[in-house]
Design a binder for this molecule. Structure first.
Ligand SMILES: [Zn+2]
Ligand SMILES: [Zn+2]
Length: 352
């Protein structure tokens, strides 16, 4: 799936019959006017000076035709850009701001991981209206398999292009798609969006790049706060409970003593749970990291048995589509604030 979409996103030119018709009509009308004028100018008898100046006008008109030919072949004036998931929507909205692109979100912002999302017929229509589909990639959106087969009018942009990924914790042959969970990962995705949008809409390229520069400056401030906390957190021991925490744990140099997978279809057997509790009691990690969207009864049991605090983190799973543009920084800064609690000696940060 990833491969085929990858190919689709590279070098495919905007070809959409919707725009072809009106473009052709406009071009045809202009040609008609110029030819009528040219015939008038040449056929009608007149003094030599007027004749040459009219010839000059004809030349200008023909060059107008040429120029308009290239103008009319531009992509649609207000492209509909459909983003698969919330983090992709947030960065695309940043990069495309100030241009005529209409950026929309597909999977609802508070849906969280779309691993289990299944399409409705209305969803397919939504994709049919899009000129561009921007998606996370690395298998994060399995539902796109159906879209790309059912209709391929839109151009697909894969945000994960050229980003170094971790293996999935459950199936090592698969990549872990949660690349948006660190400031650096999200910045690389935004760079990919900028590059690809600039290729498709070169006329907006300077605006995209301007937006990207502003965004990366803002994110670099977050990144330096992130690095500062990473220095202090190096080798602090934790338990991971969802694959969305892998990038963060690696980036911050946390020492992972155990990992389980909570949420989606994955089940943890009573025996596994017992073993985990014993391990936590023995190793005494500083915290059990919890992806906000997958807080569960099992984790409450782990806390009750071990009294090791649960540290909840937000990976863009509870935002609003109408969130302000600072939402990205605010989310990372809140995670940093919570991670700093790992450094406190008191053990009461589970009730945040
Ligand atoms: Zn996930
Ligand atoms: Zn999940």
């Amino acid at each position: 799936m990833i491969q085929s979409l990858h190919h689709a996103s590279q070098g495919k030119k905007m070809k959409n019959p919707k725009f072809g018709k009106s473009r052709f009509l406009g071009f045809f009308m202009l040609c008609k006017i110029v030819f009528e004028f040219a015939i008038l100018a040449i056929v009608k008898p007149m003094p030599a000076t007027i004749f040459t100046s009219r010839c000059f006008l004809v030349v200008i008109c023909f060059s107008l035709i040429f120029v308009s030919g290239t103008l009319f072949s531009q992509p649609p004036s207000s492209p509909r850009i459909l983003c698969s998931v919330f983090p992709v929507f947030l960065i695309t909205r940043e990069i495309a701001s100030g241009t005529n692109g209409v950026v929309d979100l597909f999977v609802p912002s508070n849906f969280g991981c779309p691993h289990d999302y299944s399409l409705t017929p209305g969803d397919i229509q939504n994709f049919q209206k899009a000129d561009l589909v921007i998606f996370n990639g690395l298998g994060f959106e399995p539902f796109l398999d159906r879209i790309s087969k059912d209709q391929n009018k839109a151009i697909f942009i894969d945000c994960s292009q050229k980003i170094e990924f971790l293996p999935d914790s459950l199936a090592t042959q698969k990549p872990n798609p949660h690349i948006f969970t660190t400031p650096n990962g999200l910045l690389q995705m935004a760079e990919n969006v900028t590059t690809e949008l600039s290729k498709i809409f070169p006329q907006n390229s300077s605006q995209y790049r301007f937006n990207f520069r502003g965004f990366s400056e803002r994110l670099r401030k977050v990144e330096s706060a992130w690095r500062a906390v990473a220095k202090e957190l190096a080798s602090v021991s934790v338990v991971l409970t969802h694959s969305s925490e892998d990038y963060l744990a690696k980036d911050l140099g946390l020492s992972v003593i155990a990992r389980i997978e909570i949420g989606h279809e994955e089940e943890i057997s009573p025996r596994e749970l017992m073993n985990l509790i014993k391990l936590i009691q023995r190793e005494k990690p500083r915290a059990v990291l919890v992806d906000d969207q997958h807080a569960s009864k099992i984790l409450e049991t782990v806390f009750n048995e071990t009294r090791i605090p649960l540290l909840r983190l937000n990976f863009f799973s509870s935002g609003e589509k109408s969130s302000s543009s600072e939402y990205i920084e605010a989310t990372f800064l809140e995670n940093i604030r919570r991670l700093k609690m790992l450094l406190s000696k008191t053990r009461h940060f589970d009730s945040q």
